[in-house]
Write a protein that binds this ligand. Structure first.
Ligand code: ATP
Length: 246
């Protein structure tokens, strides 16, 4: 079953053509890694999936709903599709536990006791149950990002989008966050679309690797083909050789 389908999608910012004729299907449970040079449209593409950016042409079906249709209920999309950003965006004046409980309480009307239980389970899953009473500023960047992931998980989404989740972190914190993401990727019920240049993550858990440049998808390969064979596209090959040697 497909979770995300792009059919001839075009996205413009004013006159600027940011996404060119995107065709892409991601099945439920897949982990797809999106790479490409700066400005190639990776963020734009994933932000269209939960309606943070609107598309101008084509069809974009997410969890069975067409996002190009103005009648589509965006709140329902956002309940099912979580997003983790480069900067964690935690509420600074709320405890870690409150950060996680807030959206399920307000959006899902989840009863308080159940909400707390699920929040604690999610904190446990990211290895930070003991941090529940603290404030975000008391945690390291890597811990804050794991809290942001727990917060997304607490909504029990069907899909999670990650936009460069480790690129604002000190190097020593990156593995802790990637390990949490790998654990989620191995859960076959979760669909993940991840913008990252962490190729170790891609090699270990991705089903597919997609290469974008200039707003276009130039390569969409299984991880085996991408890493062990050779991407067919010359720019993808060059990009891969640069990020792997650096
Ligand atoms: N709100 C906006 N208004 C106008 N142009 C935008 C806007 N957001 C992005 N763009 C442009 O769209 C193009 C794609 O940007 P996008 O952020 O999607 O790229 P990216 O591949 O995620 O880059 P990076 O790796 O640097 O984050 C860039 O040329 C960018 O300048």
């Amino acid at each position: 079953m497909s979770m995300i389908e792009f059919h001839n999608v075009q996205k413009y910012y004013g006159d600027f053509h940011a996404l060119h004729d995107i065709n892409l299907t991601i099945d439920a449970g897949e982990t797809v890694v999106l790479i490409g040079p700066s400005g190639s449209g990776k963020s734009t593409l994933i932000r269209t999936v939960n309606g943070l950016e609107r598309i101008q042409e084509g069809k974009l079906i997410v969890n069975g709903q067409d996002l190009a249709d103005r009648k589509t209920d965006m709140n329902r999309i956002r309940k099912n599709v979580g997003m983790v950003f480069q900067h964690f965006n935690l509420y600074a004046n709320k405890t870690i536990l409150e950060n996680i409980m807030l959206a399920p309480r307000l959006v899902l009307k989840r009863p308080e006791e159940e909400n707390k239980k699920i929040a604690m389970n999610m904190l446990d899953r990211v290895g930070l149950a003991d941090q529940a009473p603290k404030m975000p500023a008391q945690l390291s960047g890597g811990q804050q990002q794991r809290i942001a992931i727990a917060r997304s998980l607490a909504m029990k989404p069907k899909a999670l989008l990650f936009d460069e989740p480790t690129s604002a972190l000190d190097p020593e914190m990156i593995d802790d966050v990637l390990n949490v993401m790998k654990d989620i990727a191995r859960d076959s019920s979760m669909t993940m679309l991840v913008v990252t240049h962490e190729m170790g993550f891609a090699r270990e858990v991705a089903n597919r690797v997609i290469f974008m440049a200039d707003g276009r998808i130039l390569e969409d390969d299984s991880k085996e083909k991408f890493f062990d064979g050779q991407p067919s596209n010359e720019r993808a090959r060059q990009f891969l050789s640069k990020i792997i040697t650096h």
